[in-house]
Design a protein around this ligand. Structure first.
Ligand SMILES: C[S@@+](CC[C@H](N)C(=O)[O-])C[C@H]1O[C@@H](n2cnc3c(N)ncnc32)[C@H](O)[C@@H]1O
Length: 293
């Protein structure tokens, strides 16, 4: 089991002194002390993201980590706030399929994606049932129990999800177009220009290190959403990153006022019936509708 810690800094201005919250093991010697692990810059996740460690640490059970616990617990409820049908885009899915699994009965088709080729490969492996893919059965059991959808729905859950997936895409939220349309799997997949539902969990702040980068990433992402479409965004606030599998991953230190300002500036509703936000221990999950005009 890879080790997992969160690291944070109570003073964002001073910057570099990480306060490590241990999850397992003691941090007494320098090799196991996450403060000594090499740091991965946001852009370097392209080829330095540890797929295996990430899945083992965060998705072995629905209770492996507080942040994931919040997302995995609340997402199956939030989906009911969004009209049924249409296209869903999981932007920056990493090697994970919990979003497609959760939305499988609520949408007509699913497009999943990531920045790192290794994560795209893991998504393809699971979709095409190739040997060695991560085992999602514990997470499926959890989603099924929250849905109260019964044993038959549990039995067919993964196949129903696979049947709705249309493509695995290569993406970069810092590129104006986000989707690399020359690198679509399968290469004959028809990828829409705009989607009905855009899901982006722990991605935008992890793809960025500054507010400027974060602001641009949000704007690029929201351009993929149809007017009247829904954004489901999950993330962390007031964190500098996390550590997992021997590496420290940096992220933009996001504060709530910037989160809301970026949504509003890009035509998203930030109050009323079409906005809902859950936030606990600096982890948030929100649903927001894109204004029609
Ligand atoms: C913390 S992981 C989140 C993965 C997944 N969404 C989840 O729910 O567990 C952050 C993800 O952001 C992706 N990412 C990093 N930079 C990116 C970029 N420029 N564009 C899109 N995704 C990026 C990484 O490849 C990684 O999969």
């Amino acid at each position: 089991m890879a080790e997992c810690v969160e690291y944070c800094n109570s003073d964002p201005v001073k910057g570099e002194t990480f306060v490590v919250k241990e999850k397992d093991g003691d941090n007494s010697d320098s090799e196991t002390d996450p403060a000594n692990w090499p740091e991965v810059r946001a852009a370097d996740q392209f080829d330095q993201f540890n797929v295996k460690a990430y899945l083992e640490v965060f998705y072995e059970t629905p209770h492996s980590n507080d942040a994931m616990k919040i997302v995995l617990f609340f997402l199956p409820n939030l989906v009911y706030r969004i009209p049924v049908g249409g296209t869903l885009f999981d932007l920056g899915a990493g090697p994970t399929v919990h979003v497609p699994l959760t939305f499988r009965d609520r949408v007509d088709s699913i497009f999943t994606s990531d920045y790192a080729p290794a994560s795209q490969l893991e998504l393809r492996r699971w979709w095409k049932k190739e040997p060695g893919h991560f085992d999602w059965s514990t997470i499926c059991d959890h989603i099924n129990s929250l849905e109260r959808s019964g044993p038959e729905a549990r039995r067919t859950m993964e196949q129903v999800t696979r049947d709705k997936i249309r493509a695995v895409l290569a993406v970069d939220v810092h590129s104006d177009s986000v989707i690399d349309r020359k690198s679509v799997f399968p290469d004959d997949a028809i990828v829409p220009d705009l989607f009905d539902i855009l899901v982006c969990i722990f991605c935008l702040e992890y793809a960025s290190e500054t507010l400027d980068q974060y602001t641009k990433a949000v704007s690029n992402a929201i351009k993929l959403l149809k007017p009247g479409g829904y954004l489901v965004q999950g993330g962390v606030m007031q964190k500098h990153g996390y550590s997992c599998g021997g590496r420290r991953y940096r992220c933009h230190y996001l504060i709530e006022s910037d989160l809301m300002q970026c949504l509003a500036a890009n035509g998203m509703e930030t109050d009323g019936d079409h906005f809902r936000m859950i936030s606990h221990i600096n982890v948030f999950l929100l649903v927001s509708r894109k204004k029609l005009q």
